[in-house]
Design a protein around this ligand. Structure first.
Ligand code: MN
Length: 236
């Protein structure tokens, strides 16, 4: 099979009117054998993009407007970008409709859950119902794994990593609250925060709250996640 062409949603600065993406996303896909392309906002053409591309990677970034899960903004809600929200949610629905592989990373994981009807904690520090909440906004290097997650038996994610527990990096103050219908939890942090999920009805539809792309320069278990994502392109 020729190299799959995978769309990546970039960040968008509504102040500067510029797109941007960390090279780690691009390099991770290239290392795994794909051709990455960046997708500017084009909600009207989402169906055409989903038909043309082999897979979608929804990247990390700022917060998502809670209007999409019918909540008012919490005081700790960070910056939001309505154009990016609209574009990504439309793209996700188009790729879901096509049954093509989807990988959601951090904000992308949260967006996928919302696209399917789930909700988020707008701020873990003030809303998560546990005294034992971990520090999920690490201040070490991007590639460093700061907390563990338990991979759930019987999930595709657990098969991919081939382990019951892995270390992950953590750069988030939000997380999945109610998982959308059809999704199953695939990884849980020691404090109970959902850190990954998947859709068993799709060839590859996985969201991870951590940043596997930050490990692309290492030989790390994250390589397996990107390899499985690329391999799924040949079967969808
Ligand atoms: Mn975390």
């Amino acid at each position: 099979m020729s190299k799959p062409i995978i769309g990546i949603t970039p960040n968008f600065s509504f102040k500067e009117r510029t797109y941007g993406i960390a090279e780690t996303y691009v390099e991770s896909l290239k290392k795994a054998g794909a051709i990455p392309v960046l997708l500017p906002h084009a909600p009207a053409d989402a169906a055409a993009l989903a038909a043309s591309l082999d897979a979608l990677l929804v990247s990390g970034g700022p917060d998502i407007d809670p209007v999409f899960f019918e909540e008012q903004p919490h005081p700790k809600l960070g910056s939001i970008c309505p154009e990016r929200d609209d574009s990504e949610l439309t793209l996700l629905k188009a790729f879901l409709a096509c049954g093509k592989p989807i990988l959601g990373i951090c904000r992308g994981e949260q967006a996928l859950n919302i696209a399917l009807g789930g909700s988020l904690y707008q701020d873990l520090g003030t809303q998560f119902p546990s005294e034992a909440l971990l520090k999920h906004n690490q201040e070490g290097p991007r590639w460093y794994t700061s907390h563990t997650v338990e991979l759930q038996q019987g999930t595709k994610l657990q098969q991919i990593y081939g382990a019951s527990q892995i270390g992950v990096n953590s750069f988030h103050h939000q997380a999945v609250k109610n998982l959308a219908p059809g999704l199953v939890t695939a990884a849980i942090a020691p404090d109970g925060v959902i850190e990954a999920y998947e859709h068993p009805g799709h060839v590859f539809c996985i969201g991870v709250q951590w940043h596997p792309e930050c490990m692309f320069e290492l030989s790390s278990p994250s390589d397996k996640l990107f390899a499985a994502f690329i391999a799924a392109c040949a079967t969808s």
